[in-house]
Design a protein around this ligand. Structure first.
Ligand code: FES
Length: 145
C-alpha cells in the first residue's frame, strides 16, 4: 500500500520535467553576453577591441596584447573610414615594422611592405599577415582573418 502511494506521488514531477518550454519564452540576455567577443561576418575569427579612433594617428597604432603577435592598425590612406591591420612582425627576422607615408618599413634590414602586406623589397620574402579590422562607433576592432 505505501509503495503505491510513493509511485503516484512521483508521477506529476516526471511529467513536469518532460514538458517543453513555452515557445513564447524569449532568451534573456546576461551580463556575460555584453562582454562576449564579437563574431566576424566571414567566420574567420572574433573581433577584439584594440583601441579607439582617437588613438589612430597617421602612423596608426600598435597592439600587442590582443593577439599572439603585434598588430599594426592604420587608417587606409586610399579609403576614408577603412582600416588596414597587419602583423607588425617582419617576416625576415621579426623586427617591428612601422608605417611610413605609404609603406610599412622595417628598421632592421630595410624590408618594405605594401599596405596589403605584400613585399616591396627584401630581404623579407613573405608578406605580413593580414587581419580584419573595422570601426564601430569610436571603437577599433580587429580579428585574425
Ligand atoms: Fe625586417 Fe630584417 S627583420 S628586414
Amino acid at each position: 500500500m505505501d509503495g503505491r502511494r510513493r509511485d503516484r506521488a512521483s508521477f506529476p514531477v516526471a511529467l513536469a520535467a518532460c514538458t517543453p518550454k513555452a515557445e513564447t519564452e524569449a532568451p534573456t540576455a546576461t551580463a556575460e553576453d555584453a562582454s562576449a567577443p564579437i563574431p566576424t561576418e566571414s567566420g574567420g575569427g572574433e573581433f577584439t577591441l584594440v583601441g579607439t579612433t582617437a588613438e589612430l594617428t597617421q602612423q596608426g597604432f600598435l597592439t600587442s596584447d590582443a593577439f599572439s603577435e603585434p598588430v599594426i592598425v592604420i587608417e587606409d590612406p586610399t579609403s576614408a573610414g577603412a582600416l588596414i591591420a597587419l602583423s607588425a612582425k617582419c617576416t625576415h627576422t621579426g623586427c617591428t615594422v612601422a608605417w611610413q607615408e605609404d609603406l610599412f618599413a622595417c628598421p632592421c634590414h630595410g624590408s618594405k611592405f605594401n599596405p596589403d602586406g605584400s613585399v616591396v623589397n627584401g630581404p623579407a620574402d613573405k608578406p605580413l599577415a593580414q587581419y580584419a579590422a573595422k570601426i564601430e562607433g569610436d571603437s577599433v576592432l580587429v580579428a585574425a582573418s
